[in-house]
Design a protein around this ligand. Structure first.
Ligand code: GDP
Ligand code: IMO
Ligand code: MG
Length: 422
């Protein structure tokens, strides 16, 4: 079974936890897009691990974890993750595979990310990890790939070419002093040395595994509404975070995909700027942010919080072909008197059940809520659906009805075992 896992909102839905759980039954776990803008949290045995580049299945012994060609790799971040895992006695030898076709993030990408953001009138609120500039170079055909790093001559020429252009832009447009060739060249050749045992043709590896009936889990990063095409552009990331990205970002044909699972949090969060119809008013936002510990796993920034937006999640189900949902953070709703779910938007007196793509409209729509009673029980220790409070079950069946999707898994805490299989 080859399954794609995607976020249905604006990221941070709890994908890391769900992927860790589903990894138990998979043989390969593969990241296909994004970079170290992602922060995927897995909690096992009371210990929290946050992965930025390494797939969230790595804690399962014997599983092969691949970083696909669609990912943009910051070698320094990746090497730190490898070191952190080995100091936690997690053996990744022969288990971590990095695509030779993945593009690498260079120091000028990170600086350009920051400087462009400062100059922009409508700020995106990027993670400053160099993601946008690196993908821009990839599409402009001047990017540097991991395969280039392995050949000193090729790397030298490509880096020189890039620095000639980037330094001029940095100096003339942004008043930055630019970068020295020698420093980057030396630093990155060192990275290549450390990473070389892991680098391979991952498209071949994964396709051979599929031919051998292995189970592949494709780990999405970010979320549907951060997707470069279908997200709330321009307040998005620079990659295809929807299910289609899994094929492009790994070299696996769409006909080999069996299932898409969407991860949805019982309320909505967003980091960075952009429209957010269901956003809570400030006092309640602060209360829920603290209750749900909604602070960025990558940047530590406070996440903006709002009610569950079924208009968005319905759209995500359509765009990704989601047949099953994993619902996360149900425990965070404990103790609320009432819970709201946005079922439609109102704009200029009219009701809209479809997600509007015009940003102007999305900024002005008024959410139409269905409000239901909450529960006062603590549900974190519950492991069977039938033991959930009546109102929690009513809430979940309301979500299932509005979304017209099967809820296959319910998460009631950050740890692996805080999970109910529905
Ligand atoms: P991701 O980017 O989608 O992997 O999500 P993050 O790791 O950035 O953010 C999700 C946060 O919620 C992490 O701190 C998780 O440990 C935590 N989490 C995941 N599922 C649950 C849950 O069901 N309940 C609670 N209380 N926390 C959860
Ligand atoms: P995971 O995988 C939440 C957001 C940033 C910013 C926008 C563009 O942990 O769910 P970028 O640095 O990508 O150019 O920033 O996208 N963003 C995320 N928000 N979770 C993420 O990843 C995100 N990755 C990027 O906050 O608004
Ligand atoms: Mg995250």
């Amino acid at each position: 079974m080859n399954t794609i896992i995607v976020g249905t909102q604006w990221g941070d839905e709890g994908k890391g936890k769900i992927i860790d759980i589903l990894s138990d039954r998979a043989d390969y776990i593969v990241r296909f897009q994004g970079g170290s803008n992602a922060g995927h949290t897995v909690v096992v045995g009371g210990r929290e691990y946050i992965f930025h580049l390494i797939p969230s299945g790595i804690l399962h012994r014997g599983k092969i974890c691949c970083i696909g060609n669609g990912v943009v790799v910051d070698p320094a971040v990746l090497i730190k993750e490898i070191k952190d895992l080995s100091s936690s006695n997690i053996n990744i030898n022969r288990r971590l595979k990095i695509s030779s076709l993945a593009h690498i993030i260079l120091p000028y990408h990170k600086i350009l990310d920051q400087l462009r953001e400062i100059k922009r009138t409508n700020k995106i609120g990027t993670t400053n990890r160099g993601i946008g500039p690196c993908y821009a170079d990839k599409i402009s055909r001047c990017g540097i790939r991991i395969i280039d790093l392995l050949d000193r001559g090729v790397f030298r020429d490509k880096l020189k070419d890039n620095l000639r252009e980037k330094n001029e832009i940095l100096k003339k447009v942004y008043g930055h002093r630019g970068f020295q060739f020698k420093e980057i060249y030396k630093e990155y050749l060192n990275y290549a040395r450390v990473l070389s045992p892991y680098i391979c043709n991952t498209q071949l590896l994964i396709n051979e595994a599929i031919d051998n009936k292995k189970d592949i889990l494709f780990e999405g990063a970010q979320g549907t509404f951060l997707d470069i095409d279908f997200g709330t552009y321009p307040f998005v990331t620079s990659s295809s975070a929807t299910a289609g990205g899994a094929c492009i970002g790994t070299g696996v044909s769409p006909v080999k995909i069996d299932k898409v699972v969407g991860v949805a949090k019982v309320y909505t969060t967003r980091v960075g700027e952009g429209p957010f119809p269901v956003e809570f008013p400030p006092v309640f936002a602060k209360y829920m942010r603290n209750k749900g510990n909604e602070f960025g796993a990558t940047t530590g920034r406070p996440r903006r919080c709002g009610w569950f937006d079924a208009v968005m999640v319905r759209e995500a189900i359509l765009l990704n072909g989601i047949s099953e949902l994993a619902i996360t953070k149900l425990d965070i709703l404990d103790g609320l008197k009432t819970i709201k779910v946005c079922i439609a938007y109102k704009y200029k007196g009219k009701l809209f059940k479809e997600f509007p793509y015009g940003l102007e409209m999305l900024e002005k729509v008024k959410p139409v809520y269905k409000e239901i009673a909450g529960w006062d029980k603590t549900i974190g220790k519950i492991r069977r659906y039938r033991d959930l409070p009546l109102n929690a079950k009513a809430y979940l069946s309301l979500l299932g009805d509005i979304l017209d999707a099967k809820i296959a898994l319910i998460s009631v805490g950050s740890s692996r075992e805080d999970t109910i299989l529905a």
